[in-house]
Write a protein that binds this ligand. Structure first.
Ligand SMILES: C[S@@+](CC[C@H](N)C(=O)[O-])C[C@H]1O[C@@H](n2cnc3c(N)ncnc32)[C@H](O)[C@@H]1O
Length: 243
């Protein structure tokens, strides 16, 4: 059996998806509050930046993968208008349920689908824009997921990957202290789950850095990839064009 990593732990390929499901089943109900707390609201700025770069036009077809509680899908819906489509997907039904309920509370009815990014149930070339925010890190076979994302895009379509990345050297010590000491503590008191937030810190360290992710995207079929570092590389937005 092939091995992969779950945070700093080495696990069988087949075990990772189950463990990731456990994390998001556990944090789904407190996910939005924790996001605001841990990032001091910055995740909203990173997502707004992503939506600005994506700049969907009325009538566009947008697929949000690993969309969780639906922040990106919610922002895209008014931009594509009634002639466009925004599909919210995630492998985890608990996260998707929170997202769908939030959207319904705001009067937005979007198509949602529970699916694995490594096997997308959509025809080739069916989207203008695909997004994945803070989701790729959790996937077992990132190469397979990126290849699927490329497949479902039309030629000229764009993939936007928003993800934690490698922070600039001068900030590294403080960032490590915050990630490994403070985040699990906040997780323990607010979400009653320190382990999931320890996994968050570890999974960020194991994720490919800016250049490695750019190379993975090129291997998956994206002819051109731009990298935007945000907050000194705490987060990076990769934009790949299917040429
Ligand atoms: C940190 S949350 C991000 C949610 C949302 N995109 C956001 O930015 O707030 C990561 C999400 O990735 C989803 N996920 C993990 N592995 C996945 C996979 N193989 N396919 C689709 N979604 C996956 C999880 O279920 C979880 O909802």
């Amino acid at each position: 059996m092939a091995q992969t990593h779950f945070g700093f732990e080495s696990v069988d390929d087949s075990e990772k998806a189950r463990k990731v499901r456990g994390v998001f089943d556990s944090v789904a109900s407190s996910y939005d509050v924790m996001n605001d707390l841990l990032s001091a609201g910055l995740h909203r700025v990173w997502k707004a930046y992503t939506v600005g770069v994506a700049a969907p036009r009325p009538g566009d077809r947008v697929l949000d993968i690993a969309g969780g509680t639906g922040d990106l899908a919610r922002a895209f819906a008014p931009l594509v208008g009634p002639k466009g489509t925004v599909v919210l997907t995630d492998i985890n039904e608990a996260m998707l349920r929170v997202g769908r309920d939030r959207l319904l509370d705001e009067g937005a009815v979007l198509p949602t689908a529970a699916c694995d990014a490594e096997h997308l149930p959509f025809r080739s070339g069916s989207f203008d824009i695909v997004t994945v925010a803070f989701g790729l890190r959790n996937m077992t076979h990132k190469d397979a997921a990126l290849t699927e994302m490329c497949r479902v895009l039309r030629p000229g379509g764009r993939l936007l990957v928003l993800e934690f990345s490698k922070v600039a050297e001068p900030l590294r010590k403080a960032y490590d202290w915050y990630s490994f000491k403070v985040m699990p503590l906040i997780g323990k008191f607010v979400a009653k789950d320190a382990d999931s937030y320890r996994y968050l810190a570890e999974s960020i360290r194991m994720h490919p850095d800016q250049q490695a992710l750019k190379a993975l995207m090129k291997d998956a079929g994206f002819g051109h990839v731009d990298v935007h570092n945000l907050n000194a590389g705490v987060v990076a937005l990769h934009v790949g064009v299917k040429c």
